[in-house]
Write a protein that binds this ligand. Structure first.
Ligand code: GAR
Length: 221
């Protein structure tokens, strides 16, 4: 069998997306293995999830470094030493320097709880409700230097109901996140994604579920 692509997951908090990736990675045919979970917060609950799954963890606090560059250089050293080839940002709430992003161009994924480019940044669900949108969703994308931007790999839409609170909407969006992040990692780790002119082209998206049928996400043979 082809060796799995060693992947690091970077977290800052609860790690429910990390859990979805850990669960998916258990399948023998999943093309990525979670080789390292790195957190910038010592109390991130995701660290416990990783430990339960027997995955090595590291905590590296941005507060211990004078600059973003120094923090990113220290992270880079950990990542290179651990031999990972892909990075998944999963609720990692730090802005990364352009130098770091460049080193991982096309090999670093992020998930964001909105249909990008709408609602970048924080408080996405409050802002979606406030704006009165009828649908929101989530996006997995390759990371570029600009915050919550970069070639889009996959999106899922989620309805916004009239009586939604930000918490109820967050829960609904998270369910969608937990579906599309593993699927996106599967495609990235099996080498079936390429970036052309800022767009992601997927080779054989293999999408039996209707919710993935998406005109900006064509299956090509
Ligand atoms: C998720 O909703 C993720 O999309 C969001 O943080 C949450 C982390 O939850 N990320 C961003 O807002 C990135 N801009 P989790 O720790 O339970 O996976």
């Amino acid at each position: 069998m082809t060796p799995k692509v060693a992947t690091a997951v970077l977290i800052s908090g609860s790690g429910s997306n990390l859990q979805a990736l850990l669960d998916a990675a258990v399948a023998p045919d999943f093309p990525a293995s979670i080789a390292l979970v790195l957190s910038n917060k010592a109390d991130a609950y995701g660290l416990q999830r990783a430990e339960r799954a027997g995955i090595p963890t590291q905590v590296i606090s941005h507060r211990d470094f004078p600059t973003r560059e120094a923090f990113d250089a220290a992270m880079q050293e950990i990542l290179v030493n651990s031999g990972v080839e892909l990075i998944c940002l999963a609720g990692f709430m730090r802005l990364l320097t352009p130098g770091f992003v460049e080193k991982w161009a096309g090999r670093m994924l992020n998930i964001h709880p909105s249909l990008l480019p709408a609602f970048k940044g924080l408080h996405t669900h409050e802002r979606a409700i406030e704006a009165g949108v009828k649908f929101t969703g989530c996006t997995v994308h390759f990371v570029s230097a600009e915050m919550d931007a970069g070639p889009i790999i996959m999106q899922a839409t989620v309805p916004v109901f009239p009586d939604d609170t930000p918490d109820r909407l967050r829960e609904r969006v998270l369910e969608a996140e937990h579906r599309i992040y593993p699927q996106s990692l599967r495609l990235a780790a099996s080498g079936r994604l390429r970036i052309e002119g800022g767009r992601v082209i997927a080779q054989d998206a293999g999408t039996p579920q209707g919710w993935l049928a998406n005109p900006v996400y064509p299956a090509i043979s």
